[in-house]
Write a protein that binds this ligand. Sequence first.
Ligand code: DX5
Ligand code: ZN
Length: 212
Amino acid sequence: MLIAPSMLSADFGKLSEEIDKLNNTDCNYLHIDIMDGYFVPNMTFGKGIVESIAKQSKKPLDIHLMVKNTEFFINMFLDIKPEFLSIHIEEEIHINRMINLIQSHNIKAGIVLNPHTPPQSIEYIIEYVDLVLLMSVNPGFGGQSFIPNVLQKAYIVKKMINDKNPNCLLEIDGGINNKNINIVKKAFIDIVVSGNYIFSSKNYQKAIDSLR
Ligand code: DX5
Ligand code: ZN
């Protein structure tokens, strides 16, 4: 299981220390939440801060856009060369075009579903994406409670992946901790995002180990 700590729960006053601490763990990616104050009621990092994170991080970036103007924000982050750049299905009506834009820069493109968004909404796009990210909280904040019925959706999406695009990865984001990780694992999740659980622990590596 691949682990992506969410920088939303980092101490922003000590960002450099936080990145170093994660560089010294065996986590796989740094998950970067980009929020615009419109699609979600919160704001996070702009390009300058993400550039600084990318420069110091030894881990590839997993950028999750929670924004209204998807194309504007895709263009903002292309030259940072994240491993993944993921966009919400609910906001963008020209999904194929956006996926092509991301992939034409040799970046893996992800599609994100809010907890209530049905799996059928990605039926005709799943074959073109590199990643499906299932939100297990309403996006906007760290430290929220896991919404369990997302796991039913995970089983359905995993079947779609197996049928249409077996190389596509399945990621889950929101409210993951050592108490619910076992049920999450059973749902064939490849990448687990975890913010509050990892950053509120004294030893990040131990928290990551406990998830694995
Ligand atoms: C929620 C973000 C998540 C969040 C996860 O809007 O997309 O990435 O930081 O944090 P936890 O694990 O605390 O729910
Ligand atoms: Zn996220």
